[in-house]
Design a protein around this ligand. Structure first.
Ligand SMILES: Nc1nc2c(ncn2[C@@H]2O[C@H](COP(=O)(O)OP(=O)(O)O)[C@@H](O)[C@H]2O)c(=O)[nH]1
Ligand SMILES: [Mg+2]
Length: 382
């Protein structure tokens, strides 16, 4: 709908202009007498204001763009804004036309975006997978992009586990590989929050070494905080028939270690502490000093919230942690915490534990193994 305002001296003059500019089917909407100022407002003259509308022209301009029609209406001196635009009928027609144009624009945009979506679909799927697994958001984004940008992507159209895991492996380098206790390490200390499975994991590792029969294993506990904790390790020592030493205080550690001099692998249990407290970390540090461990393993439960696990790992930095042990894989559906912590702390994984059974429920797994299993599970579920 085109509405134009004509200001004329006589009505025939307006009719002629309307027919010429808006066509034969234009309709006159209203007429009224007005006064227009002349000579810098000193004089005024009588005029007739005529509002006219052309439906035909609407059809013509609809073929052109809305922008062009609007521009023409705005720049055309004959098309001044008029009060008759406020007529409800016209407003509603205009509103419905604007809604129609908006819809057309939205359709065009959607069509433009579609090929783009198909192109980034693998990126979205990889990122979604990692985030669902509990990988830190920034890392999930980084790894999904790396998989996208990999020059030798195996399947350019689809999101394959191989491409994503390959990208993560490339980013982590040697840290992606499992890093169990070294052959040349004699004293290995286990630290971590309360109840994560330190003592149970020590029992598993001790049992595997006893079964392998290659190293003489000894146990040292500094966890005398709870009577039950000492009893727990003593029970395992008895079952495995390995020597055990107990150090109540840090200054008792050297003599306890001396009693295990015949052992070529000493596993040191420590009291579980609140790792979010700096004072607790200091206490562990005091115990670890005289232990002089060849390796310090931080035990983290996969049943912990990823954000809390990251805080624990950050707090543990001052303990010179060499490796992680992730416990309770059987109690979680998501493994994202593992690559996240490995990348953020630049620390590899020694073992992953998968249940309460000693010694069976422990594994040496790479980040790739864990992610591949998680992806497979997701595909089977889906
Ligand atoms: N489900 C499950 N439970 C575990 C695992 N490892 C240890 N636990 C259990 O966690 C609880 C605490 O273990 P414990 O070794 O005493 O923890 P600590 O306080 O860190 O020494 C015990 O009930 C263990 O049986 C695991 O891998 N999976
Ligand atoms: Mg314990």
């Amino acid at each position: 709908m085109i509405v134009r305002r004509y200001v004329v001296k006589e009505m025939p003059e307006a009719v002629a202009s309307i027919r010429r500019e808006l066509g034969q089917d234009a309709v006159i909407l209203s007429t009224r007498n007005i006064r227009v100022r002349k000579w810098l407002g000193l004089r005024s003259e009588r005029r007739i204001e005529v509002m006219a509308a052309a439906k035909e022209e609407l059809a013509a301009t609809a073929g052109a763009s809305f922008g062009q029609a609007l521009k023409r209406a705005m720049t055309d001196p004959a098309a001044e804004r008029s009060s008759s635009w406020q007529e409800p009928q016209m407003w509603s027609q205009l509103a419905s036309e604007i809604a129609e144009i908006k819809q057309m624009l939205a359709d065009v945009r959607t069509r433009e975006r579609e090929p783009m979506r198909a192109e980034v679909e693998p990126l979205l799927r990889w990122r979604g997978f990692l985030q669902d697994e509990g990988v830190d958001g920034v890392l999930a984004d980084r790894w999904a992009r790396m998989a996208m940008d990999h020059p030798h992507r195996s399947s350019s159209g689809t999101a394959s586990a191989q491409d994503l895991i390959g990208a993560i492996q490339a980013d982590l380098g040697p840290l992606a590989h499992p890093s169990p206790i070294r052959r040349d390490s004699r004293i290995v200390a286990f630290v971590g929050p309360t109840g994560v499975g330190k003592t149970t994991t020590i029992a598993k590792i001790a049992a595997l070494h006893v079964l392998a029969g290659q190293r003489r294993v000894g146990l040292l506990t500094t966890d005398t905080f709870r009577i039950a904790a000492v009893a727990q390790l003593k029970t395992y020592a008895e079952i495995l028939n390995v020597p055990i030493a107990i150090a109540d205080e840090p200054d008792e550690v050297p003599s306890a270690l001396a009693s295990l001099a015949a052992c070529d692998l000493v596993l040191v249990d420590t009291a579980g502490r609140n790792f979010l407290s700096a004072a607790s970390i200091d206490q562990i540090k005091r115990v670890l000093g005289p232990v002089e461990a060849d390796e310090v393993l931080l035990v983290v439960s996969l049943a912990t919230k990823p954000a809390d696990a990251l805080k624990v790992a950050n707090m543990a930095k001052t303990l010179n942690v060499d490796k992680f042990i992730f416990t309770k894989l059987d109690e979680t559906q998501s493994v994202g915490m593992i690559p996240s912590l490995v990348a953020l702390c630049q620390t590899p994984v020694a073992y992953v534990t998968t249940g309460q059974n000693v010694p069976d429920d422990i594994d040496i797994l790479s980040v790739q193994d864990l992610l591949a299993a998680a992806w497979k599970e997701l595909s089977t579920d889906g």
